[in-house]
Structure formats: structure tokens, C-alpha cells
Design a protein around this ligand. Structure first.
Ligand code: MTE
Length: 310
């Protein structure tokens, strides 16, 4: 069963136009079969135990599970919003290991089961604002990213953290798309951003383990930044001394910056960022500075000109 994309959903606007058009041509020609792929009959749906309510629960209405898990950006599975749910059925989220390395005292390779035991699981209901000007409200399950990072005792020389997503060639049809991103998908944060209490490692949503299309088995969630900063299906976390260059910075340096904080005053070169479409709602809403999380994160950027350092 193909999920039809409503006409008003713009296709893959995050992609620089040239890249996008080349990829669409390629898709049209060669992956008609993949587009006809079946939606997996059932998602993993396994319940996570011992979840407690966490801080920062947005009071906005939550976006239904059916939308959160079928309207996705996960280019490794294809560029249409429905691709990740339709083509990620063969993805292997277990066994799974994350290497935490670089400028740290105790580099470690942790199994997903070790990670799940690092801290009590919390529910964090966060707004997610995509750079494409749509948004959702998602009840994530996870724990503070700082807990995971402190585990390896970062050195004083570490100034940034790099997140690297998995490359699973045999299960990710989007990887071979002509003119696609420079894989693996890579993102980065300044250390103090990564240690901010709002930043989480997510292992689930709606009380269940993360579906493949949402970044199974582990991703980060950074609700004050555009969604593309929240790398999915992470296999490496690397502490470095220089600002990492992310996949999107490489693909469109004039369109995607390192900080990418939600900012209604700095438009994307091809569209306004002053408003957004909340998935499931008819009228547009005004976009809030830092996606409404200014009280928690504005101090990280004191003295910085956020119009230039986007
Ligand atoms: N991570 C990887 N590895 N690949 C991607 O294509 N897309 C990003 C981000 N993380 C992406 C990724 C973008 S653009 C967004 S908006 C969010 O994931 C979407 O997360 P969701 O599908 O769980 O809502």
C-alpha cells in the first residue's frame, strides 16, 4: 500500500535545488519499483519499560503516531517523506554498537543494551521544527545526551562533538541515489550545546522503541535546532577540536550552517522561516526563536550574531 502524499506537502525542500532535480530524474527513471514497495505490515512496536515523565513537556497537542512515523526525512531510505516508512523494513537495528572516541580519556564502544542502562528513561515531549518549515510535537523516550558524553570523560581540548549515522548499504536504498548526500550522514555540535539539558539521546517515541524510519535504535534530538541537526541511527560519536563540517554544509554551504538554530528572522535563501505548518493543522503558525526554547538555550549564544552565524 502506497501512502499518498497530500498535494500541499512540498517535496524534499531541504535539498539544494540542483541536487534535488538530478535526484528526482534518477528516481523517476530507475526506482519505480522501490516506490511501489509495501509499507511494513507492522512496526517494531516493542514497549519500553520504566519510563518516567521528564522535564520540558510541551503542552501543544501531540502529532499522531501515524504521522510521526510516516512523514519522515531519512535520506538514506529515499527523499520522499513516505520513503523511510516504506523502504526501511530490512534495516538492522540490532545488534548495534556506538563507538565514542576522539579527544576523550576513556574511549568506549557501547552496545545498545549498555546504553539503555546508562540512565532512567524519560519522556520528553518536544516540538520538532524542520528547516523545510513544517513542525510536529513528538513524545520522545530517552535521556540527557550529557549522561552519555560524560561517560567517556572528554578532554579539555575537545571543543566539538561529531555524530555519524550508520551506512548499511544492503538495507538503505537511498544511499545509491545519484547525486545524493556525502555519506555517512554527519552532524555536529559545540560541546556546551551537546551538554545542554535539552539535548537528548532518543531510543523511543510514544512509549515504544524507535521505528527504523525515526532513527532506530538511537539518535539525538535537539529541539531548539532545525531537525536536520538531530542525526539518526548513530554509530560514532567523536570528540574533536575543530568545527565539524556536516553533510548538509557540504551539500549546500550557502543554505545550511553549522549552528542552524531555529530562527524566524533568518530566512532560508529559498523560503521564509517566519512561519511553519504544524503537521495536521490547517493554518500556519508563527515560528518561535529557538523553537520556543530560548529560556533553556539562549545563553549558549551570548555575544554571537545569530543572523550571521546561522
Ligand atoms: N539523520 C540521518 N541520518 N539522515 C537524514 O536524512 N534527516 C534529518 C534528521 N536526521 C536525517 C537525519 C531531518 S532533515 C529531519 S527534519 C529529522 O531527522 C526528521 O526526523 P523524524 O523523521 O524522526 O521526524
Amino acid at each position: 500500500m502506497l501512502i499518498k502524499r497530500p498535494n500541499d506537502y512540498l517535496p524534499s525542500e531541504i535539498t539544494p535545488r540542483g541536487l534535488f532535480e538530478r535526484r528526482r530524474d534518477f528516481l523517476r527513471l530507475s526506482t519505480a519499483a522501490a516506490l511501489g514497495a509495501m509499507l511494513p505490515e507492522a512496526f517494531a512496536n516493542a514497549k519500553l519499560a520504566g519510563i518516567r515523565p521528564g522535564p520540558y513537556a510541551a503542552t501543544d497537542a501531540q502529532t499522531p503516531y501515524s504521522k510521526v512515523t510516516t512523514y519522515n526525512n531519512f535520506y538514506e531510505f529515499g527523499t520522499d517523506k513516505s520513503d523511510p516508512a516504506e523502504t526501511s523494513g530490512k534495516f538492522r537495528a540490532r545488534p548495534w554498537k556506538i563507538s565514542i572516541e576522539g579527544l576523550v580519556k576513556k574511549p568506549k564502544t557501547l552496545d545498545i543494551d549498555d546504553i539503555l542502562k546508562l540512565a532512567p528513561l524519560e519522556e520528553r515531549i518536544y516540538r520538532l521544527r524542520c528547516v523545510e518549515a513544517w513542525s510536529m510535537v513528538i513524545p520522545w523516550i530517552g535521556f540527557p545526551l550529557s549522561t552519555l558524553l560524560k561517560h567517556v570523560e572528554p578532554l579539555g581540548s575537545a571543543k566539538y562533538v561529531e555524530f555519524v549515522s550508520v551506512v548499511q548499504k544492503d538495507t538503505m536504498p537511498g544511499l545509491s541515489g545519484f547525486g545524493s548526500l556525502d555519506w555517512p550522514y554527519t552532524e555536529g555540535l559545540r560541546i556546551d550545546e551537546a551538554m545542554n539539558p535539552l539535548a537528548i539521546v532518543a531510543v523511543g517515541l510514544y512509549g515504544e522503541v524507535l521505528p527504523n524510519q525515526n532513527g532506530a535504535p538511537v539518535r539525538v534530538v535537539l529541539p531548539w535546532k532545525y531537525g536536520f541537526k538531530s542525526a539518526k541511527s548513530i554509530v560514532t560519536i567523536r570528540f574533536v577540536d575543530k568545527e565539524p563540517v556536516s553533510s548538509w554544509m557540504k551539500a549546500g554551504p550557502s543554505e545550511y550552517g553549522f549552528y542552524s538554530n531555529v530562527n524566524p528572522e533568518v530566512d532560508h535563501p529559498r523560503w521564509t522561516q517566519s512561519s511553519e505548518r504544524r503537521i495536521g493543522e490547517f493554518f500556519k503558525r508563527k515560528t518561535l526563536m529557538f523553537n520556543g526554547y530560548g529560556d533553556q538555550v539562549a545563553a549558549l549564544y551570548t555575544g554571537m550574531d545569530l543572523r550571521k552565524n546561522y
